[in-house]
Design a protein around this ligand. Structure first.
Ligand code: F6R
Length: 333
């Protein structure tokens, strides 16, 4: 599934009606955009927010919870993403957005969400993947939708898919392909640190190591981490934490300095770090290519740890237990 990342980015585009409706909503003077989703289905929204917020004329909120912030109402666009269509937090937020008469766009494979959104703009994506592996499919729906809402030109994802395919070919000639990165992470707890559009990529990497390799991983962001987390550097060795800096080709010189000085301070505290760089022509290509690379790293790590990257037994078990709890409560509620 991870190998198919570039191909999945162009496997199912949203139809022109769906995007036209987003363009019309954007022109109608909406006050903001609210992106909704949990886990693997939230990453596309997080990445779009990281990429588009700076040029956005309106707030872009991300909701990973039950319900909607109070500010979200009739003049808001809400993009609801759930791969299964059955995630309870996402369904609760969807219902709340509906009750507030927001303009809703749904991206799903089916489930309760598809049933309940029949009269709305719904983009159906193919079933059969793990939600987290469906990121390119979900991204290829959410990104043009947000671009349309913002009245931006839509980015050519066909071209992007080709570049990502080429980037993956080039892993072979890198000194540090995903397999080498996985080797470096063996027995360590990675702390992925991003800046700007690479903050969601750091978060995604953490989640992929958690879900695919069943291993502990963390994420944070610069410059914020320099105001708190950096003090913990003296304990990193004891806890086998390895900071992995996600470096951008688009760092401003002050940010480059900050990454370098942060790394120096960590090293003086006895903690080594890894710097990951990927050549890219745009922030979008950098976000996707680095995500693809780190997704592959998580699978390589799973293989080395002898765990099945596909299985998410604890997530499934937890969902089952909560569903049983809900059905037990429902006669009273
Ligand atoms: C499983 C995964 C999870 C799910 C999450 C929400 O591969 O990545 O994080 O994405 O439990 O479920 P969906 O995506 O179906 O709304």
């Amino acid at each position: 599934m991870v190998i198919r990342f570039p191909e999945l980015l162009v496997a199912k585009k949203p139809d022109s009606q769906f995007l036209e409706r987003a363009r019309r909503a954007g022109k109608s003077g909406i006050k903001g955009i609210c992106l909704v989703g949990m886990g693997g289905s939230s990453i596309a929204g997080e990445m779009c927010r990281g990429l588009l917020l700076d040029q956005s004329s309106m707030p872009i909120l991300m909701v990973r919870n039950y319900g909607m912030p109070n500010a979200v109402g009739k003049k808001w666009a809400v993009v609801v993403v759930s791969y299964s269509g059955d995630t309870e937090e996402t369904l609760a937020s969807f219902e709340e957005a509906r009750s507030r008469a927001a303009t809703i766009f749904v991206v799903t494979t089916g489930g309760t969400l598809a049933e309940r959104s029949q009269s709305l703009s719904t983009h159906m994506v193919p079933k059969g993947l793990q939600p987290r592996a469906a990121l390119p499919l979900l991204f290829s729906a959410v990104h043009p939708t947000v671009e349309a809402l913002l009245a931006h030109e839509t980015t050519d994802l066909e071209e992007m898919s080709r570049s990502l395919g080429q980037q993956a070919q080039n892993w072979r000639t890198r000194a540090d392909p995903p397999s080498a990165m996985a080797e470096k992470l063996m027995g360590l707890m990675p702390l992925f640190i991003g800046w700007k559009h690479l903050v969601p990529v750091a978060y995604r990497a953490k989640c992929q190591i958690n879900e695919n390799a069943k291993a502990a991983a963390f994420h944070s962001e610069l410059p914020e981490a320099d105001h708190n987390e950096i003090e913990a550097a003296v304990s990193y060795r004891k806890h086998s934490v390895i900071p992995v800096f996600l470096r951008s080709c688009f760092e401003e010189s002050s940010i480059t300095k900050r990454f370098d000085v942060t790394s120096e301070v960590l090293s003086e505290a006895g903690c080594g770090s890894i710097h990951l760089r990927i050549k890219a022509n745009s922030a979008l290509e950098e976000s996707l290519a680095m995500t693809h690379y780190l997704d592959m790293t998580s699978v390589e790590l799973a293989e080395r740890l002898g765990v099945d990257p596909l299985k998410v037994d604890r997530i499934a078990d937890l969902k089952k237990k909560l569903a049983a709890y809900r059905s037990h409560l429902s006669p009273l509620s």
